[in-house]
Design a protein around this ligand. Structure first.
Ligand code: ADP
Length: 376
């Protein structure tokens, strides 16, 4: 594809656009132009390597309100909000798209008339037959309505969960009173019922806490209180707590060289507890769970290995999304709500870390998370 110096590349596209309106699509370019123009619900446009716009389909004209001739030769930053420009987002996104071969675009963009809309889409690097980088392709759609609906849904979940807190607390208090009374009376069936009631209350509280965390994450309100702490001591503590609850597995911790982590201890404990509990939940009793802590120059890496069901490749990315549960969990009737990994990965990301999984069906899974090292 020719370099998009103003006039050269853009005029070729303008010509093919003309061809299109005259109904002749005998050339390849004419055909592709027709295809792109027919997707007029989507904004599809290209830029050169520096982000200068070189083509602009009719979907872009509709979405942004700029005619093709108004934007050709202009920098793509004209569709970004002043706040994003201040943060250098346009340049950063192009750099990332080139590096990663694709970038997911989820943000507010600005129209010619100054109004904002929520855009969702992708930015791809454009490469010629010799794989030489020539520019970028943007594919964007307007998701303002869906975004507003998502917000209403999240607000509802958050409000409903807050409202549930008071009645749940009261039930817990009454359960305590009933427990004391049934103990005094030596009523075994009554005591058993109260114990079951407390188990169900714990489940309900866990679900509510997850939902509140999800709401916090969605609203960008997840606050971290970071401190320095010893990784080995921390892992020992978490394992001891989990061992107290579940006795059917052999949990091993492979110590590493002493290292301090700078993170929100409570939140990272939530992450590790969730991963160790999952390792137990999704493997047979009597099998091993191995927790390791290693580090490289930049990160502390904690891994949790089990020898359980494993997760098929097709589901390995999906399990980190909200409410997703792998088929094996559903088929084997293992209780859960599909929020633990979503919350865990968001906590790790909030620490500028990463979380990933390696797994083979029938052999087991290893979950990893890394937290950047900070020196005092
Ligand atoms: P939950 O366990 O409540 O369903 P999570 O978000 O913690 O929710 O996990 C999402 C899904 O990922 C689980 O439903 C399960 O299918 C899968 N999964 C998580 N951890 C493991 C594991 N160690 N082995 C196999 N599958 C797992």
């Amino acid at each position: 594809m020719p370099q998009s110096k103003k006039g050269k590349y853009s005029s070729r596209l303008s010509n093919t656009r003309k061809q299109g309106t005259h109904g002749s699509f005998r050339t390849h370019e004419g055909f592709y132009r027709m295809m792109i123009e027919s997707l007029d619900g989507q904004s599809i446009f290209t830029t050169d390597k520096g982000g200068v716009i070189s083509s602009w389909n009719s979907g872009s004209e509709k979405l942004f309100g700029y005619k093709e001739k108004e934007v050709i030769g202009k920098n793509v930053s004209l569709i970004f909000t002043p706040e994003d420009i201040k943060k250098n987002i346009p340049k950063k996104e192009l750099k990332e798209a080139k590096k990663k071969d694709k970038v997911v675009e989820e943000r507010n963009h600005i129209r010619k008339n100054g109004s904002l809309f929520w855009a969702s889409g992708l930015i791809y690097p454009l490469r010629d037959e010799k794989k030489v980088h020539r520019g970028f392709t943007f594919i964007l759609i307007n998701r303002t309505e869906e975004k507003a609906f998502d917000k209403r849904k999240d607000d509802f979940i958050s409000t409903a969960t807050h409202e549930l807190k008071t009645p749940v607390m009261s039930i817990r208090l009454f359960a305590e009173i009933v427990e004391q009374q049934t103990k005094k009376m030596g009523d075994k069936i009554g005591l058993e019922s109260v114990r079951e009631l407390n188990i169900q209350l714990d489940r309900l509280t866990a679900l509510m806490n997850y939902l509140l965390d999800v709401a916090k994450i969605q609203q960008g309100k997840l606050k971290l209180e970071k401190t320095f702490f010893d990784v080995s001591v921390f892992i020992h503590e978490v394992i001891t707590v989990v061992k107290g609850i579940s006795t059917g597995h052999i949990i091993r911790f492979t110590k590493s060289t002493p290292k301090e982590m700078y993170a929100d201890r409570e939140r990272i404990s939530q992450v590790l507890t969730n991963l160790v509990s999952n390792a137990i939940k999704y493997s047979e009793k009597g099998t091993k769970v191995i927790v390791k802590s290693t580090h490289d120059k930049k990160n502390i890496i904690i891994s949790i290995q089990d020898f359980g069901f494993g997760i098929p490749k097709s589901e390995q990315k999906l399990i980190f999304s909200r409410f997703y549960r792998a088929n094996s969990a559903i088929e084997n009737n293992i209780s859960g709500i599909g929020l633990g990994l979503y919350v865990a990965i968001q906590i790790v990301k909030a620490h500028h870390g990463k979380m990933w999984v390696k797994s083979a069906v029938g052999k087991g899974s290893t979950f990893y998370f890394s937290i950047p090292i900070k020196t005092k």
